[in-house]
Design a protein around this ligand. Structure first.
Ligand SMILES: Cc1cc2nc3c(=O)[nH]c(=O)nc-3n(C[C@H](O)[C@H](O)[C@H](O)COP(=O)(O)OP(=O)(O)OC[C@H]3O[C@@H](n4cnc5c(N)ncnc54)[C@H](O)[C@@H]3O)c2cc1C
Length: 527
């Protein structure tokens, strides 16, 4: 057991954010340790983490207990729990603090259970009681409506997690002195029950939330991750960014980078649409500078309505899909009209050209020209020319766009445009069927959206390779022979009884690989 009063901190160092959180926790550990003339100690598990250990010293750690092992390179909750608990048994610290990161929240209760000690989650205040000498804490309860005072019993360590952004970190100070103690431990691979196959960092937001002109924020009222998806979609439709309250972040519906409020970001958009948020003071602290606030809440008495410029009393999970559909309808109507105007007069000038509008819609959806090209079955160069208004695309491009933007085009196209698209479909169909011998299974359905054929491709020597793409879907069932079907750059081999179903906007070509006839049933859906 240690003679000194020791406050230990779990060194969560996976990425920058968690790194800062550990520094915030470390500042508290140092403050508490200094009160008892004790030690602030960071427990650092990892592989080749010397630089991080030095950073902890420069931020106030008296000591870093470092266990260096390749098996500790990735976080493994079982292994970390047992390794840290062993260290605690050996050294007997008085307090053990963890940042309330994803991993900290996973690790802390497991450790507390194993050590049979008390754990207080999401502390916003930590003190050593002047009379009893024990640790006391404040922690929000019942959705933040009350703050509970917590005191620990005798059994140590007194464990607590701390939410991100509650405390400040102690600045980096090269003159701080501390020791890095290398701890040798046998790491038992058998304890690793979950293997990390690969890991990657979530991409950072392109435009910081603080600088966004439009923010759509969601709270607990969005119900679940599917409900929160409407928030994301609306933000995308409006070319805005996604924001969230603490419960939405805690539920992992979105990342911590999107948290608004006292412990998150302060935003100043021209338009904020805030959905399923009650208007707690810790949240509204971050939206004071929003120019126009639209609030959607099903409770007419929700506090958020007191600060909103426009209030919508509605179930956000019904209101948002309806709003999104209406915006899509409006946007597509606009591009259809611009398309027609551009066809009548080549140059209509101003900001409102078909190409510029397409570019804006694409950028709002955060798509590259390459991505829009593959979604519409065109080349990136073609999209580039469309956006620069140097080419007038065929009317079928509108149809492809509608699919790419998930809009039902049928209400927007004129009779003439539908005829033009129909003619294109016939043309493509004619070109295609010239290369095969086929028998239609849906007689009289040439104009219909769904058609089925029995197709025969002669043995390979005599077969001419042709490549197609057309809006819609295609389903192929191989009855006999061996078929090679190439979708984009990937080839698939199908044997009798095997099937493939694909988006026919991907370039595709069929080839008979064997010396016998290849017989297929092909079902085409063209919108
Ligand atoms: C020290 C401290 C710091 C904090 N920092 C932050 C912070 O930075 N940011 C932050 O956001 N929070 C913070 N909090 C938490 C804060 O106190 C609130 O708990 C939180 O903001 C509430 O989030 P909410 O509005 O999403 O959830 P709730 O308060 O639960 O509100 C949900 C709302 O959704 C409505 N609703 C429910 N269903 C629907 C539906 N179907 N359609 C429409 N509306 C619906 C309800 O009427 C309700 O008004 C902090 C708390 C503490 C103690």
């Amino acid at each position: 057991m240690a003679d000194d009063f020791q406050v230990w901190v779990f060194g969560d160092h996976r990425n920058f954010f968690q790194d800062r959180l550990t520094l915030q926790v470390l500042a508290q550990a140092r403050r508490l340790a200094d009160k008892r003339k004790g030690l602030a100690v960071v427990v650092l598990l990892g592989h080749e983490v010397d630089d991080i250990a030095k950073e902890y010293i420069a931020h106030g750690a008296h000591r870093v207990l470092k266990i260096n092992h390749p098996l500790l390179a990735n976080y493994q909750v079982d292994l970390f729990t047992s390794t840290i608990c062993d260290l605690i048994h050996e050294h007997g610290p008085d307090i053990f603090l963890l940042g309330g990161s994803d991993f900290g929240r996973e690790l802390a209760p497991r450790m507390a259970k194993r050590l049979k000690v008390g754990l207080c989650a999401d502390c916003i205040e930590l003190e050593l009681d002047s009379e009893t000498g024990k640790l006391t804490a404040s922690s929000p309860a019942f959705g933040g409506s009350v703050v509970a005072r917590i005191a620990w019993s005798e059994s140590r360590p007194w464990m607590a997690t701390i939410s991100p952004g509650i405390f400040n970190e102690q600045g980096h100070n090269e003159s701080f002195r501390g020791e890095i103690v290398r701890v040798e431990k046998n790491i038992d691979e058998a304890q690793i029950r979950v293997r990390t196959v690969s890991s990657f960092r979530e991409p950072k937001q392109v435009r910081p939330l603080e600088d966004a002109n439009v923010v759509v924020a969601g709270g607990r009222g969005m119900k679940d991750v599917n409900g929160f998806h409407y928030v994301r979609e609306l933000a995308m439709m409006l070319g805005g960014e996604v924001g969230a309250t603490r419960p939405a972040v805690d539920e992992h519906w979105t990342s911590h980078d999107n948290l608004i409020g006292q412990t998150g970001k302060s935003i100043k958009p021209r338009l904020l649409i805030t959905c399923g948020t009650s208007g707690a003071i810790q949240y509204t602290a971050g939206i004071k500078e929003a120019e126009t606030i639209v609030a959607v809440n099903r409770d007419p008495h929700a506090f958020i309505f007191q600060i909103a410029d426009l209030g919508v009393v509605a179930d956000a999970n019904s209101f948002l899909p309806a709003l999104i559909a209406e915006i899509k309808r409006h946007q597509f109507q606009e591009i259809t009209e611009l398309y027609r105007a551009g066809r009548i007069q080549e140059e209509i000038g101003g900001d409102s050209t078909f190409g510029r509008r397409i570019k804006r819609l694409r950028e709002d959806r955060k798509l590259t020209t390459g991505q829009l090209a593959s979604q519409t079955g065109e080349t990136p160069e073609f999209i580039d020319r469309v956006e620069k208004d140097t080419v007038t695309p065929p009317v079928s491009f509108l149809l492809q766009l509608a699919h790419a933007f998930d809009i039902d085009p049928s209400n927007f196209l004129s009779k003439q445009e539908k005829i033009e698209i129909g003619e294109k479909r016939h043309e493509g169909f004619f070109k295609r069927t010239q290369s095969y011998s086929y028998r239609t299974l849906t007689a009289g359905a040439a104009d219909k959206h769904l058609r089925a054929f029995m197709v025969t491709i002669e043995p390979k020597k005599r077969h001419k390779i042709v490549e197609y793409k057309h809006p819609g879907e295609e389903f192929v069932y191989v009855m006999s022979g061996e078929l090679e079907i190439t979708l984009g750059s990937k080839a698939y081999h199908l044997k009798p009884g095997e099937t493939i179903h694909f988006n026919s906007e991907t370039k595709h070509r069929l080839r008979n690989l064997c010396e016998e006839k290849c017989e297929l049933i092909v079902v085409l859906y063209t919108p």
